[in-house]
Design a protein around this ligand. Structure first.
Ligand code: CP
Length: 325
């Protein structure tokens, strides 16, 4: 079974959430619609619904994270699940235990869902292929391969603020070569039928085969930003670079940093997005990050509702499987 099919059950319901590649438009819409229905929960005085009561969600983060880990934890708690945050640095993996042995021990504790971030591309798929049938695996970022919940919260943000995807020109700017976020965004944007996807960056940071993904490649930021509706900035991902890809951060900011004069080339009502963490003065000027067109903190807020939706859908698939036995 490949990674495009392992995440769906026989009825094409979401069993795991590993990648956006290969998913149907109707499923992406279902995630966003369900997220819309959950978005009010965070504004209630009692911020909880009982959908995952009695379920146990394990956050397994082998790489650092602020936004993804905490919003997964909040999402699970708002669905009334119990949440375990495994401190990898203090776990038995540091004593030589393999990843699979760690997982099998967590399975023996009757956990129901693993949310996994790992530096190796393919790790979430590997884990999903080896867990017990009652467990769902959600990819919270694997190497430079995929970050599907980030892409879905970005799509949710775009839909809320811009409406119809078909009319939109979207530019993704920066270090696409090392970006799992960009890969997932491109799959989502193209499945949702945007008018045009542009990728902008230096030759050293755009994958050689980018055009095969159906995007338009620009190395000149001013040309690339002209008349776009959405600007998505990416950070330089030094942790995945081996070698020198840039002359200096200062020079990078001069050419590819988002500043007021460059943003003025986009549509006047263009929105500025960034998955975070942002590096001020490297890929984005502070006045733009904090400015009227920035929706960066709205993206973070939307992460909770979108992650609630993904968790609820995967658990729905398991509930249906249990009912059928
Ligand atoms: N966007 C994102 O993945 O941020 P974190 O690394 O803080 O989770």
């Amino acid at each position: 079974m490949n990674r495009h099919t392992i995440q769906l059950d026989a009825q094409n319901r979401l069993r795991h959430f590993l990648t956006i590649e290969g998913l149907k438009r109707s499923l992406l819409i279902e995630i966003m619609d369900l997220a819309e229905s959950f978005s009010g929960v965070s504004e209630q005085s009692v911020k909880k619904v009982p959908l995952l009561r009695g379920k146990t969600v394990v956050n397994l983060f082998f790489e650092p994270s602020t936004r993804t880990r905490t919003t997964f934890e909040l999402a699970a708690k708002r669905l009334s699940a119990d949440v375990l945050n495994i401190n990898i640095a203090a776990s038995a993996t540091t004593k030589g235990e393999t990843l699979l042995d760690t997982l099998h021990n967590l399975e023996a504790m009757h956990c129901d869902m693993f949310v996994v971030r790992h530096a190796s591309s393919g790790s979430a798929h590997f884990i999903a292929s080896h867990v017990a049938p009652h467990i769902s695996v959600i990819n919270a970022g694997d190497g430079r391969h995929a970050h599907p919940t980030q892409a879905m919260l970005d799509m949710f943000t775009i839909r809320r603020l811009k409406g119809d995807f078909h009319k939109l020109k979207v530019a993704i700017v920066g270090d696409l070569l090392h970006s799992r976020v960009a890969r997932s965004q491109i799959h989502a944007l193209s499945t949702l039928g945007v008018d045009e996807i542009r990728v902008i960056g230096p030759r050293t940071l755009i994958p050689a085969a980018a055009e095969t993904l159906g995007v338009h490649v620009y190395h000149d930021m001013r040309n690339g930003l002209r008349d776009v509706d959405v600007v998505i900035m990416l950070r330089l991902q030094y942790e995945r670079m081996n070698g020198a890809f840039l002359p200096s951060e200062h020079e990078y900011f001069q050419v590819y940093g988002l500043t007021e004069d460059k943003l003025a080339l986009a549509k006047p009502d263009a929105i500025v997005m960034h998955p975070g963490p942002i590096n001020r003065g490297v890929e984005i000027a502070s006045d733009i990050a904090d400015g009227r067109q920035s929706v960066i903190l709205q993206q973070v807020t939307h992460g909770i509702a979108v992650r609630m939706a993904v968790m609820a859908l995967t658990m729905r698939s398991h509930a249906a499987a249990l009912e059928a036995t």
